[in-house]
Design a protein around this ligand. Structure first.
Ligand code: AHZ
Length: 307
């Protein structure tokens, strides 16, 4: 049997259907629905429960060790490795969309399954996602299973804060007075809806986060994508942009992982954003390179951080 078939055969529900005792669930704590009542609440308590934590996080993460731009598959894979390896580092993740996860909630053409070429199966084993082993590649039954598992791990780390609905709209930079070299030293952020309306509203000042290293994984070019690559190029931190090329699965995935690196001092780029920098191909609906670009990016970020 495949791994998934084995899991299904061993699942408690199947054992229950075949006559064994039902597994214990939270259902055991309910049952008297006639007398059911929630604990009391006042509306202001709910507001304060959210806002005091959010503002404490804004205060805490204004000085971060690492800022990650974009909570897609590459960025979150990197955050997983970083947060697990270095629980002492503060990692702020900035995601423009309301929902984190980027472009990998579904497989190609909105089909469910997610394909990852080997050796990316090692990352699935690490985060505990089951798959069918098809030889040179593996298949997760639903891409959302991969993303939701990864998100649940990442969000459980105490040293990670996800600021979603928040766009990075500029880079903080320093120029070395002696060499003239540009160094990325953090990010400028704003609510995404504000960022989208700078042209028709005035005086909407941004926020800032200082960091030792910025990891950008904002995806391929689009209304928001490839943000840091394009901005670094515009301000002289990157000599040229290659522009993402057409689809070629075989070459694209190796190129993305190999190309994942510090592209200018203080700025590491991972995932499809690196295709914009290097002029490498896209790969379409196969996700091994995103996971392993994230793993390599974590290594690069720590190398830069420790310099
Ligand atoms: O919302 C974006 C997405 O969730 C977010 N993002 C982009 N610009 C941002 C900004 N500030 C904050 N300025 C920003 N967030 O970055 C995330 C990128 O996720 P993604 O899944 O698009 O990128 P990835 O490189 O992790 O994975 C790309 C996977 C591929 S390959 C491919 C193809 O070959 O056609 N298409 C996709 C989606």
């Amino acid at each position: 049997p495949t791994q998934i078939e084995t899991l299904v055969q061993e699942s408690p529900r199947v054992i229950h259907l075949s006559g064994s005792p039902a597994p214990s669930t939270c259902l055991d704590q309910f049952g008297d629905w006639e007398n059911f009542k929630f604990a009391p609440i006042r509306e202001s308590i709910v507001s304060r429960a959210m806002t005091k934590r959010y503002f404490a996080d804004l205060d805490k993460y204004a000085e971060s060790d690492i800022v990650v731009v974009g909570a897609g598959s590459a960025g979150l894979s990197a955050v997983y490795v970083l947060a697990k390896t270095r629980p002492d580092l503060k990692i702020a993740v900035i995601e423009a969309n309301v929902s984190p996860g980027g472009g990998c909630w579904l497989g190609g053409q909105l089909f469910s399954a997610m394909v990852l070429r080997k050796p990316a199966d090692a990352f699935l084993n690490e985060i505990g996602v089951a798959y069918d082993d098809e030889g040179d590649y593996v298949v997760v039954k639903h891409a959302a299973l991969f993303m939701s598992t990864l998100l649940s791990k990442v969000l459980n780390f105490p040293n990670v804060k996800l600021f979603n609905a928040t766009a990075v709209e500029d880079l903080i930079t320093r120029r070395d007075p002696a060499t003239g070299e540009l160094r990325v030293a953090g990010v400028v952020t704003n609510w995404t809806l504000v960022t989208m309306h700078h042209d028709d509203h005035s005086c909407m000042d941004p926020n800032t986060i200082n960091a030792s290293v910025v990891l950008s994984s904002s995806g391929h070019d689009g209304p928001f994508g490839a943000f840091s690559a394009k901005r670094a190029h515009a301000i002289g931190g990157l000599p040229k942009l290659g522009g993402m090329r057409g689809l070629d699965m075989n070459t694209a995935e190796d190129a993305i992982v190999k190309g994942t690196r510090e592209v200018c001092p203080g700025l590491v780029i991972a995932g499809m954003e690196i295709a914009e920098v290097d002029g490498s191909n896209r790969m379409g609906p196969t996700f091994g390179a995103m996971a392993l670009s994230g793993v390599k990016a974590a290594e690069e970020v720590l190398r830069v951080y420790e310099e």
